[in-house]
Design a protein around this ligand. Structure first.
Ligand code: G3P
Length: 219
């Protein structure tokens, strides 16, 4: 399973990239606004230099004519840019055109299996179903992941990878992994939670104490 970090915060991306566990980055307009970066294009260029895997950069327009121009401009920033487009009729038209030209496309704001089928038919590199936002309105976000993974497995000609988005806690990740989702994009605070377990902390403290009793050093 590939791990992307869902943030536009360069400091966080550098810190997590240093672990060697990061396979890519996803950003969206809200995350870019939160980062306070003065130039979106320069921000994406900088992130693409930190991480060699896909870096999702989202178009700002919603109409076909502008989205296709924005998408091509974003794709020109670096080879590892994945252009992010919304799951609309115009968005999928842009997706088809860009992927036909060999550009990676992440189709975002997916909330149904039917939408995911359309994205796969449009040749999307990634489909981003939002689990947390479905949970927020009383629907089962993980159920949608299960449906999409099952449908895609039924059709080997669908090459689209399921990128689980809007992850709020470690269970979203582990359940998605059990279902066979290809990628998870995870906020930095949730990635850090994945490392943690109280028995790890307790066990490590005991080992450190006992090692001191030996009076030895390794280095
Ligand atoms: O990047 C898309 C998605 O991960 C957003 O998550 O927490 O705003 O629903 P959230």
């Amino acid at each position: 399973m590939k791990f992307f970090v869902d943030t536009a915060d360069v400091k966080e991306i550098k810190d997590l990239a240093a672990t060697g566990l990061l396979d890519g980055v996803t950003t969206n307009p809200s995350l870019v606004a939160k980062s306070g970066a003065p130039s979106f294009l320069k921000l994406i260029e900088e992130i693409c230099g930190i991480v060699s895997g896909p870096v999702s950069a989202e178009v700002a327009a919603t109409d076909y004519e502008t989205m296709i121009k924005e998408g091509r401009k974003l794709a020109n920033i670096a080879k590892n840019v994945a252009v992010k487009v919304p799951l609309t009729q115009d968005g999928l038209r842009v997706c088809k055109e860009l992927t036909d030209d060999g550009i990676m496309v992440n189709v975002t704001l997916c909330f149904s299996a039917a939408q995911a089928i359309l994205a796969a038919k449009a040749g999307a590199t990634f489909i981003s179903p939002f689990v947390g936002r479905l949970d927020d309105i009383g629907q089962d976000g993980l159920k949608l992941i299960e449906e999409i993974v099952t449908i895609y497995q039924n059709y080997p000609d669908f090459e689209t990878e399921v990128l689980v988005a809007s992850i709020r806690h470690p269970i979203h990740l582990t359940e998605s992994a059990k279902m066979g989702a290809h990628v998870a994009t995870i906020p930095p605070d949730v990635i850090r939670k994945l490392f943690a377990h109280p028995l790890t902390d307790k066990g490590l403290a005991a080992f450190v104490d006992d090692w001191k009793k030996t009076g030895q050093t390794i280095l």
